[in-house]
Design a protein around this ligand. Structure first.
Ligand code: GLU
Length: 296
């Protein structure tokens, strides 16, 4: 199909996806540091879509990793959003207050036979579970090959383990998967892109992937707006939604803001924080203008 016809088709499909729909979006930061302009852009994407469509904009704090999340960062998120004028609707959902919900979801997946215990090192599991952005580690499946007796023996010994998704098996169970991405149209989901992700680790009985899928459905999110670094994760989320009988929202993965050297803004590289700008008395309107103008 010629490119202009394909673009036209995607536009028509997007129109149909929005027609008659009560738009519900969300911003779901992890309070593991202060927000920077990249986060502000993500929040803006969700907020603007909701406001432009007379919809609802929700805020969710993804704070399941108690070793990295701090109340101070959570407070700053609320202050930064208020400062920028991105008011949210209703209560803030704080994931750490709902761990029981996530355990119930994990048990449902366990009952479907799509999980297996993984005894590999903690650092590897931490990497896979706590960093949904970029640089994903694709687990080689070492523990998937363990025999049932060996698994049982290790568990009986008291060895710690994480629970991983057996993606091949889950895909066989789920059948064909697709999602609607606003800029690309219908996309066939390939959850093998992230492989056998960790869905629960021994210290935290859940994971980003599991919580996000559960909460997006619980909160009735119709449009997930987030950075394109999470596109691969979306393929996994669509699989989990199908296994759990949950709806698949529309996705809009936005470009990431870059610094002057062309590297994406990141907490770990010391990107200037919104909090610092706010406390330095910068004008939020100027910051917002800078934000909307620097969108790639
Ligand atoms: N909590 C994730 C983060 O701060 C974002 C999750 C999402 O938007 O799906 O990176």
């Amino acid at each position: 199909m010629p490119r202009h016809a394909a673009r036209w088709l995607v536009r028509c499909q997007r129109f149909v996806m929005l027609a008659g729909m009560d738009v519900v979006t969300r911003f779901a930061p992890s309070p593991t540091g202060y927000l920077h302009l990249g986060h502000a852009f993500s929040a803006y994407a969700g907020w603007a879509k909701a406001r432009a469509n007379g919809g609802t904009f929700l805020l969710r704090l993804e704070d399941i990793d108690s070793t990295r999340c701090k109340p101070d960062y959570a407070d700053a998120i609320l202050d930064d959003l208020r400062w920028l004028g991105f008011g949210w609707d209703g209560e803030v959902r704080v994931q750490s207050a709902h761990l029981g919900d996530y355990t119930a979801v994990l048990n449902r997946l366990e009952a479907r036979g799509v999980l297996y215990p993984c005894f590999c090192s903690r650092s590897e599991i931490l990497q896979a579970q706590a960093a949904p952005h970029g640089g994903e580690v694709i687990y080689p499946g070492t523990c998937k090959a363990l025999r049932a007796a060996e698994r049982a023996a290790r568990i009986a010994e008291g060895r710690k383990y994480a629970r991983r998704l057996d993606v091949d098996r889950a895909v066989r169970e789920a059948g064909a998967l697709r999602f609607f991405e606003e800029s690309a149209g219908w996309v066939d989901a390939v959850p093998q892109r992230l492989g056998d992700v960790v869905l629960a680790r021994s210290e935290v009985p859940t994971s980003y992937h599991l919580c996000v899928v559960h909460d997006d459905a619980l909160q009735g999110i119709t449009h997930v707006t987030r950075g394109e670094d999470l596109l691969a994760a979306t393929h996994t989320h669509v699989l989990l939604q199908k296994l759990l009988g949950l709806p698949t929202p529309v996705y809009a993965h936005h470009k990431l803001l870059m610094d002057d050297s062309g590297k994406r803004l990141a907490k770990r590289d010391g990107a200037p924080t919104l909090r610092a700008m706010r406390l330095a008395g910068e004008d939020a309107v100027t910051v917002l203008k800078q934000l909307t103008e620097s969108v790639p």
